[in-house]
Write a protein that binds this ligand. Sequence first.
Ligand code: GDP
Ligand code: MG
Length: 166
Amino acid sequence: RSGFVAIIGRPNVGKSTLLNRIVGQKVAIMSDKAQTTRNRIQGIYTTKDTQMVFIDTPGIHKPHSRLGDFMVKSALSTLGEVDAVLFMINADERRGAGDNFIIERLKAVKKPIYLVINKIDQIHPDHLLEIMDQYQDALKWEEVYPISALEGNNVEELVETLKGKL
Ligand code: GDP
Ligand code: MG
């Protein structure tokens, strides 16, 4: 079984950290170069019976130029070709314009979209409920996963769920 998974979210929410944790030593391609106009394969997760290709989709932010506009369109077209989308947010930050911009674009994407709430190691559990409340109705989420990419909480569960839907 194999599948493609796109990860999107504002800068610094922890996308690369999650990729590192999922792919770990099994990394086939790992690149953290400056953003390019192309979407890039960031890592491939392989087990005996599964291969999952994770794609970092930079550039979904409010464009200020024609190049920026091109990047947004290019990133969005990638989302049409994957099997699942992980939309990652930082549990420690309020929902902002950057998140809303991405959410608006995701409304047109007819793929299972997972809300991944990262950095739960940094917040009080009560705050998690608040964050979930802020995002609950933003989109029709396939599932909501609070995780710590840094410490690993709930990451295996997320991967298992993705595998199960391939
Ligand atoms: P990206 O820009 O979305 O790829 O974000 P990075 O993966 O580069 O992470 C940005 C910063 O957040 C780094 O300093 C990470 O160590 C930190 N970070 C990522 N995930 C977590 C997490 O689960 N908990 C905490 N406390 N910090 C995290
Ligand atoms: Mg990164």
